[in-house]
Design a protein. Structure first.
Length: 427
């Protein structure tokens, strides 16, 4: 089947394209794109009416409960949420039950993704066996079986000798070690950012230096080993400064953050609002501004949803007992476009952090860009549509969002994976 998306504002960060034009899709592939493309006879025509048509988003940090914690999220429910958020490919963390630390775990994910047949699904391999931080997993076998990177998910690789070995052993396979950069002893027992607000609420604090101390250690190990390193969900000004200096020195380092860390602060916890309890925690306004600036200047390479769904009854508890994490797939594009509307960065640069950059970090070089002969993974969105986030309407199985009731500008209209429409706003 041939489909022509006409009257679209074509946006491709990889090539710098920003022009009104047409994309023609035949089967799973883009066969033509540009300003003066003829529509083939008999093609199904989608009139985009001037809306933006860009590469589908690539989300490099998603937590999914299946297998083991299906009450939080399944591959099917996460795929529906991703499609609603404009995501056409995502990488799930290995902290399932059992942990994805062997080939069987990767094969399970691939099989379930084929059965669900929604968005493209990739998986991390665990950096250490059972994500326990005691001994390395078989990184070579995991890489050969298709692991896009190695990580212990929401756990930090705390042992410096183990991290050194992980960086060295992963290097020949061309995969990054992805670290939750938080010194565990400094974060132990902490519930939110350390400071005046934590004191007022009577909650234990996690200091900003919990991130920067571990990050500084890891960057020295990257220098020692020459390995590839990716810092996940950066949340502090100190962390951004360390990464900026590491890149200036030419270290093979990348990083991501998530919308809560450039849109919210610790004040959004209000009176013990558990939906704003995250890991790492929301920081102060200085940190928020530094993270936004880091995205704008390229110090932070990618924006991820950092999707960490939790059941309602895990959140509706006293703050100290509530689980950390937020559902982020449904709202990834809309929230990220705030960086464009507040003039922090141009539209193509913001889209690069959501498409080309995460695809390149994960070695998925065909994804995250518009190209003739490439996969027809597309997101059509209205850049200026204003709406209010309603967590109850999420396709995600869990509704734990700190952005519930938040006014946003920019909405996904249609998501296409390999030429198939997997989401329509009016469908």
């Amino acid at each position: 089947m041939t489909t022509a998306f006409t009257n679209a504002r074509l946006l491709d960060p990889a090539s710098g394209l920003d022009a009104l034009g047409t994309i023609v899709v035949h089967g799973e592939t883009i066969t033509a794109l540009g300003a003066n493309v003829a529509v083939p006879a008999g093609a199904d025509i989608v009139d985009c009416k001037g809306a933006c048509l860009a590469p589908g988003l690539v989300d490099l940090r998603v937590t999914i409960g299946e297998p083991g914690f299906e009450e939080k999220e399944t591959i099917a429910s996460a795929s529906r949420a991703a499609a609603a958020g404009g995501v056409t490919a995502m990488a799930m963390l290995p902290n399932t039950d059992p942990v994805i630390d062997d080939v069987a775990g990767l094969e399970f994910v691939a099989r379930r993704a084929r059965e669900v047949k929604q968005v493209k699904m990739f998986a991390y391999g665990a950096a250490t066996r059972d994500c326990a931080g005691n001994e390395l997993a078989d990184l070579g076998l995991l890489a050969e079986a298709g692991a896009v990177a190695f990580s212990d998910g929401s756990r930090c690789i705390a042992d410096p000798q183990l991290m050194r070995r992980a960086l060295a052993y992963a290097r020949p396979f061309g995969r990054p070690i992805v670290q939750h950069a938080e010194e565990p002893r400094l974060a132990e027992g902490g519930q939110m950012n350390e400071g005046e607000i934590a004191t007022r609420l009577g909650l234990s604090g996690i200091p900003a230096c919990a991130e920067s101390i571990l990050l500084a250690r890891d960057l020295r190990l990257v220098e020692l080993t020459g390995g590839r390193y990716h810092a996940a969900h950066i949340s502090t000004a100190e962390g951004v400064a360390l990464l900026r200096e590491a890149k200036r020195r030419g270290l093979h380092v990348t990083a991501d953050t998530a919308p809560p860390y450039f849109l919210l602060t610790e004040r959004d916890i209000g009176d013990w609002r558990t939906f704003a309890k995250l890991s790492p925690p929301l920081r102060n306004d200085e940190d928020r501004k530094a993270v936004a600036a880091g995205i704008a200047d390229g110090t932070i390479d990618a924006i991820a949803s950092d999707h960490q769904p939790q059941p309602q009854d895990w959140k509706r508890l006293p703050f100290a007992q509530a689980a950390a994490g937020a559902a982020g797939l449904d709202t990834l594009l809309s929230l990220s476009l705030a960086l464009v509307h507040d003039k922090t960065m141009p539209l193509l640069d913001a889209l690069r952090r959501l498409t080309q950059a995460p695809a390149d970090i994960l070695g998925l070089k065909q994804l995250g860009r518009l190209a003739v002969g490439g996969p027809a993974d597309l997101v059509l969105f209205d850049l200026d549509a204003r709406w209010t986030i309603d967590a109850d309407s999420f396709r995600s199985k869990s509704k734990n969002s700190p952005f519930d009731g938040y006014d946003v500008r920019g909405r996904v209209l249609r998501t296409v994976v390999d030429g198939r429409t997997v989401f329509r706003a009016d469908g």
